[in-house]
Write a protein that binds this ligand. Structure first.
Ligand SMILES: O=P(O)(O)OC[C@@H](O)[C@@H](O)c1c[nH]c2ccccc12
Length: 267
């Protein structure tokens, strides 16, 4: 097996080629026309904050078929059924992978999942270009992800501004102190701390433990990746974490509703 020394750099290089190809087929004007027919965004951040205000953990349950670190995660894969099962278990929001080459995802997965439930949906992809912001809204995304390690400050600011102009929320993802400080310069209150290093794929919850409490109290901290058990959730709640982005450990279970109950300790 070939181990890429920087998987994120490879993914982003491929993504830029993909964007150029897709832009040549579908113009921003065409995307703007499509956006007119799409339901308006559902308030992703609002749903998380309402859960927190009610004393509930804000679970963002992820729909993901495969990943570079986990290989094939779920063979039997029906995004609409998974969305309903997650909602029944008590997920507050959904996250759907739309990147095809590395995660076997698709915009169709997002559309099907979102149509099946009332929950707000995060588009999980590598967003590098304004064209993708219009594309996100056109496919129905309620929130987009901005990965600080893949963007300059100027890029992050202008992508955020455009997402907000289209009424979407922004989840900004960080993995170290320097990225966190840069992320705090954005307007969004939603700070995701990725426990997985996207350059090496090494995952540890200590990443959240180290960074979360240096986040100003007005920010909503979401711990991402490698969360497997109710004990993990309790451990993270001790360090100012209000949101939990969980994919693989739920996706590997046949009964994802039961898996969500176990994770939240509501089973
Ligand atoms: O499947 P996990 O370990 O529960 O992780 C979910 C989510 O955090 C992960 O899919 C993720 C976090 N940031 C990303 C950026 C791109 C692609 C994927 C991700």
């Amino acid at each position: 097996m070939v181990i890429e020394d920087d998987i994120l750099a490879k993914i982003c290089a491929d993504k830029r080629l993909e964007i150029a190809r897709r832009q040549a087929v579908t113009s921003i004007e065409e995307l703007k026309r499509q956006i007119k027919d799409v339901e308006k965004p559902r308030g992703f951040g609002r749903a998380l904050m309402d859960a927190a205000a009610a004393g509930r953990p804000g679970l963002i349950a992820e729909i993901k078929k495969a990943s570079p670190s986990g290989g094939m995660i779920r063979e039997h894969f029906d995004p609409a059924a998974l969305a309903r099962a997650y909602a029944a278990g008590g997920a507050v929001c959904l996250s759907v992978l739309t990147d095809q080459p590395y995660f076997d995802g698709s915009p169709e997965h997002l559309k099907a999942a979102r149509a099946a439930v009332k929950l707000p949906v995060l588009r999980k992809d590598f967003i590098l270009d304004p064209w993708q912001i219009y594309e996100s809204r056109a496919m129905g995304a309620d929130c987009i992800l901005l990965i600080m390690s893949a963007l300059t400050d100027d890029e992050a600011h202008s992508l955020e501004e455009l997402a907000r102009a289209l009424d979407m929320d922004v989840l900004v993802e960080v993995h170290d102190e320097a990225e966190l400080q840069r992320a705090l310069g954005l307007q969004t209150l939603l700070i995701g701390i990725n426990n997985r290093n996207l350059k090496t794929m090494v995952t540890t919850l200590e990443t959240t433990e180290k960074l979360s409490c240096t986040c100003p109290p007005d920010r909503f901290v979401i711990s991402e990746s490698g969360i497997k058990t109710h004990e993990d959730v309790l451990r993270l709640r001790k360090v100012c974490v209000s949101g939990f982005l969980v994919g693989e450990s739920l996706m590997r279970r046949a009964d994802v509703t039961a898996a969500v109950h176990e994770l939240l300790g509501t089973g």
